[in-house]
Design a protein. Sequence first.
Length: 421
Amino acid sequence: MKYDLILENIGQLLTMDYEKEGPLCGRDMDELIVLENKALAIADGRIAVIGSNEEAAMWTAEKRMDCEGKLVTPGLIDPHTHLVFAGSREHEMGLKQQGVPYLEILKQGGGILSTVKATRAASEAELYEKAAGHLDRMLSYGMTTVEAKSGYGLNAEAELKQLRTAKKLNAEHAAEVVSTFLGAHAIPPEHKHQPDVFLEEMVQLLDVIEKEELAQFVDIFCETGVFSIEQSRVFLSKAKQKGFQVKIHADEIDPLGGAELASELSAVSAEHLVGTSDEGIKQLAAKGVIACLLPGTSFYLNKPDHAKARKMLEEGVAVTLATDFNPGSCPTENLQLIMSFAAVIYKMTVKEIWNAVTINAAHAIGLGGERGIIAPMKQADLVIWDAGNYEYIPYHFGVNHAGTVIKKGAIVYEKGDHCEP
Ligand SMILES: O=C(O)CC1=NCN=C1
Ligand SMILES: [Zn+2]
């Protein structure tokens, strides 16, 4: 048969353990399937066959790419971003440098609420154009699938505007976008003294979100001065009753016990987890809740503490990593940089890191077994890296190592200057 594209002379091919049912947990994360000197063929957007270079010499295709001994991996997956928003918050850097805490800026009507003001004022077209630019950059970093949360609308009209923008991006942009409804992201000024009335308004939105298929997941910012454990429990339980899977921003600043609540509700994932207790970590492992860790955020907020990734791995938790891309607490689209932070700050091994940004990230956004792996008949989302081995990417930090990015079998990004490592 004639294939569409053949990649040959692949130095190292990371397929990830695609025969594994669920995400990799604990010590299993420190295993990596690395195939040396391979070739693969793509047809109709899917991996057709993986073989030797000698076998590939007999294959025919529209296009052949000589990977010159470079590393090829699944496309990176970012399971936690706030992609769709208007405005920016560079002015907050000065406040943070003066030691004004994140929650204090929010309390004074800044932070999330200043992004809410800009997002409410923006049109859907303006939100789309801005988010598409960020998505272009993510794609250039090798990030082929991205989760996008709402949460800068905080009223029916603006939340739906954000979610419809994300849905349109998923339909039209080369990258894939998975949506999460985070209407419970903060208490808007108009409901400052009646948070429960606001939460009920957000619950009422769930029917139209489900009808228009605008989100697969529902999330809440469970935090001091935002939403309590009890408010989070009620809100997420109502979302589950309506058929949504749930996630939770948990223990980001104060250790309220969000991880324990995530376990109680069998959430798909619990996210941030900087202050999570040892008991909370045990419960995450026991209930198979994926820990989505965001080292860029605790770095950028200059936090003295970071999520206890090593403890989580020792306890058998499934860990994934994400940028937490947002205009306030982590304004970076660069998941490769997050991989470096995970190595330095969390002391995660490079094998654990690669599993965290591929196979485990896929499971955290409902795409387990479909994305974040390279296997026959699976969608061909791949990166050819400007590097000869998988250790090089987190090691050489702060730059973009993606050479060629392939989404559904099509080349969607090619770096102009192929700089040698
Ligand atoms: O500050 C932001 O805009 C995003 C954020 N939500 C919860 N933590 C950070
Ligand atoms: Zn977040």
